[in-house]
Design a protein around this ligand. Structure first.
Ligand code: GAP
Length: 448
């Protein structure tokens, strides 16, 4: 068995990740100076780069590189009837209980006994009440029932209601799919575990339309494609597994769902859901909107309602999985402990750091010039504070794959620099003239 396939433990605990993310500017608590807002997080300077890279890697593999996929960016606010048709107004609920003693609120399906996790009293829970997870707001100046709209709880609906628009403007034939990345909102009863479950989050969703008789095969193909995507961007096989849903846990729209689960610091949990939604959505939206949402197969001369395969992944949850998966504590060249994020270059927030050996005025102009040149290609950091060893450590900790060191030999002798690799810590000397190419060769699969 390859090392990659061995079942692994989580790389670290959640506290360590949260603390690294805060200390290095990946993630901050939302509205922190006001005491924070539960279920919302802000991405800092490194976090936004990494999150954009996750989205880019997904878009590239699922839209750009495929000739059967197109993209879309639908509005968050939609006609309220959409949610009646999709079933969300009636069925998008979680059972909620309150503790009569301490007033804490829980999801009933997440409790394993009648003991309150907050005050530890037994038998104090209220009867479960069903709680709709959709967040509501109003459009226009009058805040009444007629002006109520919902913040979308999933991006999928934007694709279904545009099925006809995409079909006619792109002249697609089955099978084809539409991918979308965007914000979704759920009034989660118990948001927790950092960015694993939040009230505001982003999703990357695909709705893949196919002939009904092909749907089982397409479902299997998408499961294989999605698993391959995680491998391509370096996720450890031993920390990923597939879990088919039992019939009783299927969502109201699903004929079959398999979750891609990841071994997060909190244990195995859903990372992505890959569902066979059948013809549920197009049929429902046709019924509620009064518009025909079918497909004319001109070879067979028949109208059909396509079936839909839906791989649906949370951007934030995926970012958390990449952070957790890449975290390692090990010993460096000098026998000292180093923390390193072994992020795939495509996911790493910074691709290169330029480090002059010191702040000596002989080194600065060349180092600054290299920094300016590299920034045209990638996100690059410049760091000249403290010892070179400490600067390597700082870059390791944020996952920068390559450091470029400018020393006296560079300016006085050979017009060459040292490239130091994050993972192997190996160093090679390359001429400045060929530096961009030398870096590009090592930054495997980085778009742009
Ligand atoms: N359209 C199908 C759908 O939305 P889902 O299983 O409810 O299915 C898909 O959500 C993915 O969205 C999940 O696998 C997860 O990655 C992400 N997700 C769902 N709720 C989330 C939340 N409250 N916070 C962060 N990510 C969430």
């Amino acid at each position: 068995m390859s090392e990659d396939a061995v079942e692994l433990k989580p790389s670290t605990d959640m506290e360590t990740l949260v603390s690294l993310c805060k200390r290095r500017g990946f993630l901050f608590q939302s509205s922190e100076i006001y005491g924070g807002l539960a279920g919302a997080w802000d991405y800092g300077p490194l976090g936004v780069e990494m999150k954009n890279n996750v989205k880019r890697a997904w878009w590239r593999a699922n839209i750009q590189e495929r000739d059967d996929m197109v993209g879309l960016d639908a509005a968050i606010l939609m006609h309220p009837e959409v949610w009646r048709a999709s079933g969300h107004l009636d069925t998008f609920t979680d059972p909620m209980v309150d503790c009569r003693n301490c007033k804490s609120r829980f999801r009933a399906d997440e409790l394993d006994s009648d003991r309150c996790p907050t005050c530890e009293q037994r038998g104090q829970f209220t009867e479960p009440r069903m709680f709709n997870l959709m967040l509501r707001t109003f459009v226009g100046p009058v805040q009444d029932e007629a002006a109520t709209v919902y913040l979308r709880p999933e991006t999928a609906a934007g694709i279904f209601v545009n099925f006809e628009n995409v079909l006619t403007t792109t002249r697609r034939k089955l099978p084809f799919g539409v991918g979308q990345i965007g914000k979704s909102f759920r009034n989660e009863i118990t948001p927790r575990n950092f960015i694993f479950r939040t009230r505001e989050f982003e999703q990357m969703e695909i709705e893949y339309f196919c002939r009904p008789e092909d749907s089982v095969r397409m479902h299997e193909q998408w499961i294989a494609d999605r698993m391959a995507w995680y491998g391509r961007f370096g996720m450890k096989k031993g920390r990923l597994r597939l879990r088919p849903h039992d019939p009783e846990e299927l969502s109201h729209y699903s004929r079959g769902t398999s979750d891609v689960e990841y071994l997060f610091p909190i244990g195995w949990a859903e990372l992505e859901g890959i569902a066979n939604r059948g013809d549920f959505d197009l049929t429902q939206h046709a019924k509620f909107s009064g518009k025909d949402l079918n497909y004319f197969d001109d070879e067979r001369s028949e109208h059909i309602v396509p079936h839909v395969i839906e791989p649906s992944l949370g951007v934030d949850r995926c970012t958390l999985a990449f952070l957790a998966d890449s975290y390692a504590e090990e010993v460096d060249e000098k026998g000292e402990k180093r923390v390193v994020l072994r992020l795939h270059p495509a996911i790493a927030p910074m691709k290169v750091a330029v480090l002059p050996l010191s702040r000596n005025e002989k080194l600065t102009p060349t180092a600054r010039d290299i920094y300016a040149r590299l920034r045209k290609h990638w996100m690059v950091q410049y760091d000249d504070a403290q010892s070179i060893g400490r600067r390597y450590r700082r870059q390791d900790e944020i996952g920068t794959p390559l450091c470029v060191t400018v020393d006296f030999q560079t300016v006085e002798e050979d017009q060459a620099v040292t490239i130091r690799e994050r993972d192997s810590m190996a160093q090679v000397r390359v001429p400045i003239e060929g530096l961009v190419e030398a870096l590009r060769e090592r930054l495997v699969d980085v778009a742009g």
